[in-house]
Design a protein around this ligand. Structure first.
Ligand code: GLA
Length: 433
């Protein structure tokens, strides 16, 4: 009782001080240019891939015509290298006139007409990481106002070419300046990534108050090594990171590279599953014009997305690291449900991992299980031993419903037994996946 009172009091406290722009109550989803398209500005020789308004309009068309938008992928985010090398005569940032002849405002209109949103990139410092004009402390207000005038919906504020003292001033100032424009602009802060991502240099309470999301760690690349490195850092530091996340404030392990060149289908499922466990922003950085149907179906998996987007916004955790190199992850979800991920760090062959739900802290009876990627349903009693087969570098992901009384009728559909049986404790463990 006392604890409940205390918890709700502290929830109120957080609500009062959290960044008050009402944005991003669930992790933002969309597309972001950087990992796949970098700073390619060679439009003459590579018109399809260069950082220009055409690229962003193409991606907007794909998001709105290929089923992405309805699933929540609504942001189209421009990253570095969009601007002219010089500010205009009024000191405002301006888009490169050759590559963005219509300007950023027109692009924002293009997005809004299609039910999408536009994100833009800037940098707290003298230059962006790519060498374009940055936002020094004296330019914060004018740049925030420019974003609002252009009807931009999200702003990623990078941290190249500034020191810790400038960042300590600049990131909160930009938050204030964005709020002062009156336009709700989702605010992504790269600040912690420049300060090692951990306390005492990083103050996650403050970040939650001023930013909607933040990059904690290094840049993702199109390789499994890079994805693994990020996964390991985030889960090794989960006790620091989990309390920082919640509605309107998210840790950002960086873009989804599923759909590019570096990940197998197993690895793409692993990235999607673990980004969902982490309540991570889902920004794809791939080419939606040519993406394979396999990658598309992973990125469009409805249950993985709905786990990612769970309204409680509690970031999940790694609960087990086995000698067998199987790791188990868990995230609590609304309606007393939860998600489980079995992840294989092995490189040999599918591993048959044997366990019980009670070993994974499920101890109140029988649970209905939905396999996120095979779309099969089954019921498992907490004490029943089972075997799950996990492919090398792959995952098995489950949505686990609240415990319910067994209803025998639910196993039979159209006269056929659905899923594997249940609750015979002495039965030989079943391999059902
Ligand atoms: C940094 C950021 C990247 C990207 C580049 C652009 O490295 O972390 O995400 O924005 O700058 O130059």
């Amino acid at each position: 009782m006392h604890l409940a009172v205390l918890l709700s009091a502290s929830a109120l406290f957080v609500a009062t001080f959290a960044l008050d722009n009402g944005e991003m109550r669930t992790p933002p989803m969309g597309w972001l240019a950087w990992e796949r398209f970098r700073c390619d500005i060679d439009c003459e020789h590579d018109p399809k891939n260069c950082i220009s308004e055409n690229l962003f309009m193409d991606m907007a068309d794909r998001l709105s015509e290929d089923g992405w938008r309805e699933l929540g992928y609504v942001y189209v985010n421009i990253d570095d290298c969009w601007s002219s090398m010089k500010r205009d005569k009024n000191g405002r940032l301006q888009a490169d006139p050759k590559r963005f002849p219509g300007g950023i405002h027109k692009l924002a209109r293009y997005m809004h007409d299609r039910g999408l949103k536009l994100g833009l990139y800037g940098d707290m410092g003298t230059h962006t990481c790519g060498g374009y004009p940055g936002t020094t402390l004296d330019k914060i207000e004018i740049d925030a106002q420019t974003l609002a005038d252009w009807e931009v919906d999200m702003f990623k504020f990078d941290g190249c070419y500034s020191n810790a003292t400038e960042q300590e001033k600049g990131y909160p100032l930009m938050s204030k300046a964005l709020n002062a424009t009156g336009r709700p602009i989702g605010y992504s802060c790269s600040w912690p990534a420049y300060q090692g991502g951990l306390p005492p240099q990083v103050n996650y309470t403050q970040l939650g108050e001023i930013c909607n999301l933040w990059r904690n760690y290094g840049d993702i690349q199109d390789s499994w090594d890079s994805v693994l490195n990020i996964i390991d850092w985030f889960f090794e530091n989960q006790d620091v990171l989990i309390p920082a996340a919640g509605p309107g404030q998210w840790n950002d392990p960086d873009m989804l590279v599923a759909g590019d060149f570096g990940l197998s289908m197993e690895q793409s499922r692993a990235q999607m599953a673990l980004w969902a466990i982490m309540a991570a922003p889902l920004f794809m950085s791939n080419d939606l014009r040519t993406i394979s149907s396999g990658a598309r179906s992973i990125l469009q998996n409805k249950m993985a997305i709905s786990i990612n987007q769970d309204a409680m916004g509690i970031q999940g955790r790694r609960i087990l690291t086995e000698k067998s190199q199987i790791q188990v992850f868990w995230r609590p979800l609304s309606n007393n449900a939860s998600a489980l991920v079995f992840f294989s760090r092995r490189n040999d062959m599918p591993y048959r991992y044997q366990t019980t739900l009670s070993k994974l802290n499920y101890t109140t009876g029988s649970y209905q299980i939905y396999d996120v990627f095979t779309e099969k349903t089954m019921v498992l009693k907490d004490s029943t031993s089972f075997v799950v087969s996990v492919n090398p570098t792959g995952v098995v992901m489950w949505y686990v419903s609240a415990p319910a009384k067994l209803n025998h009728r639910q196993f039979y559909k159209g006269g056929r037994l659905q899923g594997s049986g249940y609750d015979d404790e002495n039965a030989v463990p079943r391999v059902f996946l």
